[in-house]
Design a protein around this ligand. Structure first.
Ligand code: ARG
Length: 298
């Protein structure tokens, strides 16, 4: 079942028609040893060059790792690489998935930012040691694709949500849909503060999603409202300054989120989620928080 959907009127399936996919049980993280803000490739990084407190960043990262372990996930840690300060955002270099026969596969990214291109080969080497089948996009047809920064699986379904406009191109989704034999709902991003889909769209479980609405077009909002029973909205303050939407809900119940997102956290609790708060202030200086500091794996 392959197709790219860009408006709600095109949706010709319901979620129960889509093959199921197990929830991931492993987490990969990249050590923040060389994490820093050394260049500006998104609006959050402006005026932050050299402002990262390295010790604090290490503490924040350690606590987040503990958080995943406390929830029962196996955390696999990759060493950082000198000269690749953004490699710690390991949601971006790849898009992993598991086939119906249990084969683990991964599509490697084509980073938009030249400063981040070398990260991909390091992560690819690691996937090889884990027995993943490695897939590459045709770079003569696709300029950029930043992995799970922009491509987010629906909860436990082989249905992909694909953000495009800043770091990934819609042409990437045409190829990915064919390669993975999966439908893709493409969402155009319109505000450069929300340059990756994971900054404004967080799948909580099959029926619930957390979003920042102003990052999307009308068509995008209609698609989101069509597919989810409950759409929780973040305020602009919490979405922009606290990265509230860059949260993760790996098991459909527990949400790991930046500390102090008071409004979103209340809405999550009202919807019966358990909220676990982590400080990621050092990483927010670079334009990322909980979601992009990890990769969920099978
Ligand atoms: N400084 C990084 C960049 O601009 C931050 C990436 C954060 N990742 C994310 N998926 N939002 O590429």
């Amino acid at each position: 079942m392959t197709k790219i959907y860009t408006s709600a009127s095109q949706i010709d399936f319901s979620l129960t028609d889509i093959p199921s996919m197990p929830a991931p049980s492993n987490v990969m993280m990249v050590k923040p040893t060389y994490f820093d803000v050394e260049y500006v490739i998104n609006p959050h990084m402006k005026n932050q060059i050299g402002q990262v407190d390295k010790m604090q960043a290490q503490n924040e990262w350690d606590h987040l790792q503990d958080g995943f372990e406390e929830l029962g996930f196996d955390v696999h840690v990759i060493d950082g690489v000198k000269g690749l300060p953004d490699m710690v955002f390991c949601a971006n270099q790849s898009l992993p998935f598991i086939d119906s026969d249990g084969t683990k596969k991964v599509i490697m990214s084509i980073m938009h930012a030249p400063q981040r291109k070398k990260e991909v080969e390091v992560i690819e080497t690691w996937y090889k040691t884990r027995g993943y089948e490695i897939l590459h996009l045709d770079s003569s047809k696709v300029n950029d694709f930043e992995g799970m920064g922009d491509a987010i699986w629906h909860f436990k379904r082989k249905l992909l949500w694909g953000g495009y406009g800043f770091r990934s191109s819609i042409s990437a989704y045409e190829q990915i849909s064919e390669m993975l034999d999966t439908p893709i709902i493409a969402l155009e991003l319109v505000d450069d503060k929300y340059y990756h889909l994971d900054t404004c769209f967080c799948v909580l479980n099959e029926k619930n999603v957390l979003i920042y609405p102003d990052a999307f077009t009308e068509n995008g909002l209609e698609l989101i409202n069509h597919m989810f029973e409950n759409v929780i909205e973040a305020t602009s303050y919490e979405a922009e300054k606290m990265f509230a939407v860059n949260a993760t809900c790996p098991d459909g119940k527990n949400v790991l989120i930046q500390q102090g997102c008071t409004d979103v956290n209340q809405k999550l609790r009202d919807a019966k989620f358990s909220v676990h708060e982590y400080s990621t202030y050092e990483f927010i200086k670079s334009g990322g928080s909980v979601f992009c500091m990890k990769m969920m794996l099978w």
